[in-house]
Write a protein that binds this ligand. Structure first.
Ligand code: S3P
Length: 431
């Protein structure tokens, strides 16, 4: 717990940032590099606590992982030669690590026990455990496998044809990763497409994965081939500065190397709908496309955020809610019940904390309703140990009249360890 008191006074934000590596891609680079035999190299890796916990888990399986700044080298004997861990695998705050590792381990020869922090202990695991059990996986846990700690005894699996009840890339990925060690062709059907990093990256590791009409097909017994992974900047981290640039007076921020995967870039659609001044340049066509984004102080209009766009911006909703407090009119966020099962209940947390700052915001069953623009004032905020709620509070402090105290900012290191340095780098005093 690191309490922080923020009082920025009159600042403007000016300058350029290189956004840290994408969390989803960084996790997967370690997992897939560890499954492959040989040496995988990674550049632009995110040194956030979640991804470092993933590294620690794979070291316990006998995989050699060397970290030199944001370059990582993974030397693996391959999944068939992993060691059974003599200690519990600790997945920290990371839902991605916990859920994807369930899929990876389910079809291996390994027995392992996984547990995480107090937030992970409350997050639903049956959404992954149920389809894996349909594949014949042997997973035990509290409340019949709903909660950690979870014990897995890897064994031969059978492919399934599974229709996803929720839009979740973690569930889809766990099934596909288990499918790599299953007999037959695994099919995952999604009504709304969730982030597709697993599919893209498995192809980079030489696996044949096809996507057609919202269904992903993968045939078992395909070995991964070690490769080089270039991690794009995380659009979910860039989001905080995209909003900061729009709401802080007299600002202009350029964000370089931002990942613009089409299954992740819903925030761009919303910023454009809200009339934020945004320029997109230097677009690359890499396996994970990137671009440079430049944002300027803007007069925002309210909008409706719901339907198919939700999975494309699910992690950005806390900071978009702050943006909506500064937009003209009533913004409605709907179809976002998934927010209730994130690192904390993000509907309750966002509404409670933005109200403390003076916002006009109400929770609904599946989102929130926000009317603006409203001037914000100082307050004592809680982060709930949730990195994205902590960062939302810190960006709000840039426009709040008076002092904003946040009870725990250490959690921001989960996804954005250099967050406060980046604010300092951009903030120019007006006095
Ligand atoms: C992630 C998927 C999303 C997202 C999380 C990372 C991933 O979760 O919220 O931060 O890396 O696959 P869900 O799959 O639960 O939607």
């Amino acid at each position: 717990m690191t309490q922080k008191t923020l009082h920025y006074g009159s600042v403007r934000l000016q300058g350029s940032l290189i956004v840290p590596g994408d969390k989803s891609v960084s996790h997967r680079s370690i997992m897939f590099g560890a499954m492959a035999t040989g040496t995988t190299t990674v550049e632009g890796f995110l040194l956030g606590e979640d991804c470092l916990d993933t590294i620690k888990c794979f070291r316990k399986l006998g995989v050699n992982i060397d970290v030199q700044a944001t370059n990582v080298t993974i030397e693996s004997p391959g999944i068939n030669n992993w060691e059974e861990p003599s200690e519990v695998l600790y997945t920290g705050n990371s839902g991605t690590t916990t859920r994807l590792m369930l899929g990876v381990l389910a079809g291996s020869h390994i027995h392992a026990i996984m547990t995480g922090d107090a937030s992970i202990a409350k997050r639903p695991m049956r959404r992954v455990v149920d389809p894996l059990r349909l594949m014949q996986a042997d997973i035990r846990g509290r409340n019949n496998g709903q909660y950690t700690p979870l014990a897995i005894q890897g064994k031969p699996l059978q492919a399934i044809d599974y229709t996803m009840p929720v839009a979740s890339a973690q569930v889809k990925s766990a099934i596909l990763l288990a499918g790599l060690h299953a007999t037959g062709t695994t099919i995952v059907r999604e009504a709304v497409v969730s982030r597709d990093h697993t599919e893209r990256m498995l192809r980079q590791f030489g696996v044949a994965v096809t996507t057609k009409d919202g269904a992903v097909h993968l045939t078992g017994n395909q070995p991964l081939q070690a490769t080089h992974v270039k991690v794009p900047g995380d659009i979910s981290s860039a989001a905080f500065f995209l909003v900061a640039g729009a709401i802080v007076p007299n600002s202009e921020i350029t964000l370089q190397n931002v990942g613009l995967n089409p299954t992740r870039d819903g925030i761009i659609d919303v910023l454009q709908a809200m009339k934020v001044k945004l320029a997109i340049t230097d677009v690359t066509e890499d396996a994970e496309p990137t671009a440079t984004l430049t944002v300027q102080t803007s007069e925002m209009q309210a909008t409706i955020i719901g339907g198919d766009v939700i999975p494309r911006l699910i992690d950005e909703i806390p900071i978009l809610a702050l943006l909506a407090t500064q937009a003209h009119g009533t913004t409605i966020i709907k179809d976002a019940e998934e927010l209730k099962v994130k690192e904390t209940d993000r509907i309750q947390a966002v509404v409670t904390e933005l109200k403390k700052l003076g916002a006009t915001i109400e929770a609904t069953e599946d989102g929130m309703v926000i009317t603006g623009p409203t001037p914000l004032h100082g307050a004592n905020l809680a982060s709930y140990g949730d990195h994205r709620i902590g960062m939302m509070g810190a960006i709000a402090a840039l426009i709040a009249e008076g002092e904003v105290t946040i009870d725990d900012t250490a959690c921001i290191g989960i996804s954005y360890p250099t967050f406060f340095e980046h604010i300092e780098q951009l903030a120019k005093s007006l006095s």
